[in-house]
Design a protein around this ligand. Structure first.
Ligand code: PRP
Ligand code: URA
Length: 221
């Protein structure tokens, strides 16, 4: 359904990464980073950024030709098979990106993967997994605002592959080089789309400069 060639604008250091540098995205990510951005605005920005990222992630989708009757004539049109697309937010922060993506592609199906990073070992622990049937026929877009060590995203992709998924992309807002490299090592065929590539991780594996804890800022915990 999607062509399998890797996206353009590849960084030789991170051949699996596409950073979308549209000025609107850069503007919105800057607002998102600010510690003074309120919970309400933070959620709105996450949705807007998710929508803009989804536009990029789906840029090479194949379309089916259709006939369209305009008020003046019959012409040729194109249709995207939205129901063959599955968005998989990683709970909980990934949930914050769902509304924005569905605004753009309302027919997209939604699966869920519940993963939480153990704050001592930093290992991802899975507590929920549910995806729609026929995973081999779907393009999966895994969504999580933060790609830090990459443990959660890599585990999510592993679980999806075990369930039969073959075509998987990862969409995040802020990525750390460590997480991008882990994805490259574990799942080199999975493109990673991000709105920003940050400097690195701090001693608690938070992304620096980052935006803090995305789940806490989204849900006010
Ligand atoms: C955050 C974030 C990612 C993960 C990234 O979730 O939303 O899922 O950490 O870190 P990693 O790349 O090192 O795995 P967290 O585990 O804090 O759970 P939450 O979404 O419930 O806040
Ligand atoms: N999870 C977050 O929410 N933020 C980080 O910086 C790292 C992991």
């Amino acid at each position: 359904m999607a062509n399998t060639t890797f996206p353009f604008r590849r960084d030789p250091e991170h051949p699996n990464l596409v950073v979308t540098r549209h000025p609107l995205l850069r503007h919105k990510v800057s607002l998102l980073r600010s510690a003074s951005t309120s919970k309400k605005i933070f959620k709105e920005l996450v949705d807007e950024i998710a929508m803009l990222l989804a536009y990029e992630v789906t840029a090479d989708l194949q379309t089916t030709p259709i006939e369209v009757e305009t008020p003046l004539a019959v012409t040729r049109g194109e249709k995207v098979m939205g129901e063959r697309l599955t968005l998989v937010p990683i709970l909980r922060a990934g949930l914050g990106m769902v509304d924005g993506v569905l605004e753009l592609i309302p027919t997209m199906r939604v699966g869920h993967i519940g993963l939480q990073r153990d704050h001592d070992t930093l290992e991802p622990i899975d507590y929920y997994f549910k995806i729609p049937p026929d995973p081999e026929d779907s393009l999966f877009i895994v969504a999580d605002p933060m790609l830090a060590t990459g443990g959660s995203a890599s585990a999510a992709v592993t679980f999806l592959k075990r369930s039969g998924a073959r075509d998987i992309r990862l969409m995040c807002i802020v990525a750390a080089p460590e997480g991008v490299r882990k994805m490259q090592d574990d799942h080199p065929e999975v493109p990673v789309y991000a709105a920003a590539l940050d400097s690195g991780l701090d001693e608690n594996s938070y992304i620096v400069p980052g935006l803090g804890d995305a789940g806490d800022r989204l849900f006010g915990t």
